[in-house]
Write a protein that binds this ligand. Structure first.
Ligand code: F6P
Ligand code: MN
Length: 320
């Protein structure tokens, strides 16, 4: 099996980008260790602070954010980073050619129950001149790399540099990421969906009607039974979609009128949409392709509907 470094070399991407991906991958190995030690290392529980979105930060949110920040700061090619756990962008190397956005520990409500969590990252080209928040406001189509690391029963890296999607599994013996699936393809059709059903009464009428029809199963207009899964960590749900198809959505809702969307465009929706499109799936807000959304601020949130192409189309049919 190829190691990550062998497969990056073979992919023909530029050396600087390969080095940056290697740094992200190496840091994820340290994060994997921190997550694995859990209560033994005293890293569980809340940090006593809130992030810019007013959410309680867990100790591991802060620890993993610092690990990535330190690793990227030591790497000359990153001009600045933006993190879900940082109020503002963090300028790094003046002449860096990349911008990196990340969610250091996605699904952090799963930490204290020893369930799935992950790291999501996105790499954008850095515009010339002084760096500011404006430099980051590029559509997801501009990403040069994106991926996630899933800290599950095994630690896995899903990566795209625009040449399909590769899945690597961390070998606990050698400490290398080994290429275990090359050219991931999401099945066009699916019988599985993922949504937080408890928000049903807050969804738009289109989403209400779509899910209602799925639940009617064989006797309903779709003429087949659907199964439901919800991991409550986007990395876990998207990983399942990459592995066996499905539709994952965190739709618009009116639960908190100030926050109609849950997921973040720059740290979650864009990198996942890049992976999903590269694997033959689709990713939409319900009204627009996610990768074409023009960002207006780094912490912006969006509605997300992604996964098996035909099922995403079916869902979008209810949104017209
Ligand atoms: O980062 C936000 C997030 O944790 C996602 O990973 C996940 O899909 C979602 O929120 C879970 O939301 P809820 O708490 O509504 O289940
Ligand atoms: Mn997250």
């Amino acid at each position: 099996m190829q190691t990550l470094s062998q497969s990056l070399k073979q992919s023909g991407i530029n050396d600087e980008l390969a080095k940056l991906i290697t740094v992200l991958a190496n840091t994820s190995k340290d994060i994997s260790q921190a997550v694995r030690h859990g209560a033994l290392a005293g890293v569980l529980g809340v940090a006593g602070t809130e992030n810019v979105q007013g959410e309680d930060q867990k100790k591991l949110d802060v620890i993993t954010n610092d690990m990535l920040k330190d690793a990227l700061a030591a790497q000359g090619s990153v001009k600045a980073l933006a993190s879900e756990e940082e109020d503002e962008i963090v300028p790094l190397s003046k002449d860096g050619q990349f911008l990196v956005c990340f969610d250091p520990l996605d699904g952090s409500s799963n930490i204290d129950i020893n369930s799935l969590v992950g790291t999501i990252f996105s790499v954008l080209p850095a515009p010339s001149g002084d760096v500011s928040e404006q430099s980051f406001l590029q559509s997801g189509r501009k990403q040069v790399a994106a991926g996630y690391v899933l800290y599950g029963p095994s630690t896995m890296l899903a990566l795209t540099t625009g040449k399909g999607v590769q899945l690597y599994t961390l070998d606990p013996v050698s400490g290398d990421y080994l290429l275990t699936v090359d050219g991931v393809q999401i099945s066009k059709d699916t019988g599985e969906f993922a949504i937080n059903m408890s928000n049903q009464r807050f969804w738009e009428p289109g989403m209400q009607a779509y899910i209602a029809d799925l639940i009617k199963g064989k006797e309903g207009p779709r003429g087949k039974n659907f199964n439901m899964r919800w991991i409550a960590a986007m990395v876990g749900d998207v990983h399942r979609v990459l592995c066996r198809g499905g539709l994952f959505t965190y739709p618009t809702d009116t639960k908190d009128p100030k926050k109609p969307f849950k997921l973040r465009l720059m740290y979650e929706a864009n990198p996942m949409a890049f992976l999903v499109e590269q694997a033959g799936g689709k990713a939409s807000t319900g009204y627009e392709t996610i990768l074409d959304v023009a960002p207006s601020e780094i912490h912006q949130r969006v509605a997300v509907i992604l996964g098996s192409a035909n099922e995403v189309d079916a869902c979008l049919g209810y949104h017209k």
